[in-house]
Design a protein around this ligand. Structure first.
Ligand code: GLN
Length: 424
């Protein structure tokens, strides 16, 4: 049986076929000669299955979609603070190849524009492992196949690299770029010439959606905090001077490339990739943007779309006898996030338990965010201080070692122990 997801992706291709506006990038001769009528789309959820439609086997150069991944390597090498001191995180409002540095700091505004990407590329270049080898290996591990450079694209762009060279000399003179400018630009252009297809890109985007872990191999490619940093910078700066338009219409972190690709990431859910060579005036694929708008609308991907607010964690409050002691049992549910835990605390504060034993039954809780853990410790302190014994039913064993604010342990029981001990 053919997956309905594939049928849907086919309709994304057919229903955007009328978008023929834009023009291929002509400052790179090899891109200027690419066939313009191609289009492909791919999707990979955090479960790791890739669905693709259209010209799925056409390879094209990754171009600026390489930038978030080179940035990830820099973050892992040097830590976020060091990288942010050298390359900012502010949207520039300018075109991707603007010859500009932040007038206050003298540093590139962000790692998604060329100035920041050239500086970032130089940061990951080491004696033992040249930056180009490192990024190719990184792409390959995420795409689950060997990613190589399209030498024709690289040579073509190198031959017409005046603007990027200009940028690199500017960076060098301001002290941001220590490397020899020509070497940095050569490496950066080779990074951009890595040849990929939409399947590769969907897997790479899905790795970011999956919190930095490649969904099929299970390999951690970047830490949770680095992943968050990369996605935040993509959200703010990934679509250059169209960032606001993109975020209001499509609403997910993304990165475009001048060969016509765009990747998009819905955190925790899905990585998307589209390809179509003609570019709009911002240098983003015109039909690619149309495909992404359709995907976002149809599949409800917009991050700012407020779905189902997590109103309360408290499913019910029971009065019972547990192991012969009078108890108040709070039965919790869903994800313990700020809004839901606030509702629970409000209930306990305005209607304090009167029994010696207080039980929090977490049997139906899906996830405990750090904020919920901290707030629960503070709440447990107050209950302990008021003379209560506090028990938490922790079926997933996610709370091992849980204490109140004063370091007094909170008793952790299994669901079976509660079931055996309870009588109402
Ligand atoms: N290699 C291209 C350049 O430096 C990348 C630009 C892009 O994809 N937007 O101009």
């Amino acid at each position: 049986m053919r997956s309905p997801i594939l049928d849907y992706l086919d309709t994304v291709i057919t229903e955007t076929a009328h978008v023929t506006s834009g023009a291929v990038a002509d400052y790179i001769p090899e891109l200027a000669s690419a066939p313009t009528d191609r289009a492909a789309v791919a999707l990979c959820t955090v479960n790791g299955v890739v669905y693709a439609a259209g010209d799925v086997d056409v390879d094209f150069s990754i171009q600026s979609m390489s930038k978030p991944f080179a940035y990830a390597l820099a973050l892992a090498d040097r830590g976020i603070d060091d990288v942010v001191a050298r390359v900012g995180v502010e949207p520039s409002g300018d075109a991707f190849n603007e010859l500009s540095l932040d007038p206050e700091t003298g540093t590139p505004r962000n790692p998604m524009i060329n100035a920041g990407a050239i500086a970032t590329h130089a940061l990951i270049d080491t004696e033992d492992a040249p930056a180009v080898d490192r990024v190719l290996d990184y792409f390959s591990r995420m795409a689950q196949r060997e990613i190589r450079i399209d030498e024709e694209v690289a040579a073509s762009e190198l031959a017409t690299a005046d603007r990027n060279l200009g940028l690199a000399y500017l960076l060098h003179s301001s002290g941001v770029l220590e490397a020899e400018p020509r070497a940095a630009v050569t490496g950066y252009i080779r990074q951009c010439a890595a040849s990929v297809n939409v399947r590769d890109l969907a897997l790479m985007a899905a790795t970011l959606a999956n919190n930095g872990v490649q969904p099929n191999t299970g390999e951690r490619m970047l830490s949770r905090v680095e992943n968050r940093q990369v996605l935040s910078v993509m959200a703010a700066c990934g679509m250059y001077d169209a960032a606001g338009d993109w975020f209001t219409n499509v609403g997910i972190p993304a990165k475009s490339g001048v060969a016509g690709g765009i990747i998009g990431v819905l955190p925790g859910q899905v990585g998307l990739a589209v390809f179509s060579p003609r570019l709009d005036s911002h240098g983003n694929s015109a039909r690619g943007v149309a495909m992404m708008e359709m995907l976002s609308e149809d599949m409800g991907l917009h991050l700012m779309d407020v779905g189902r607010p997590g109103r309360t964690s408290l499913r019910e409050t029971q009065l019972a006898t547990v192991e012969g002691v009078d108890a108040t049992v709070y039965v919790l549910q869903g994800d313990l996030v700020l809004s839901s835990i606030e509702a629970l605390i409000h209930e306990i504060v305005s209607n304090p338990p009167t029994t010696p034993l207080v039980v929090f039954d977490m049997g139906r809780v899906d996830e405990v965010l750090p904020v919920a853990r901290r707030t629960s410790s503070a709440m447990a302190t107050k209950l302990h201080d008021a003379g209560h014994r506090v028990v938490v039913i922790d079926p997933e064993e996610t709370l091992t070692g849980f204490t109140d604010d004063q370091g007094r342990p909170v008793e952790l029981w299994t669901a079976e122990r509660l079931a055996r001990g309870i009588s109402r």
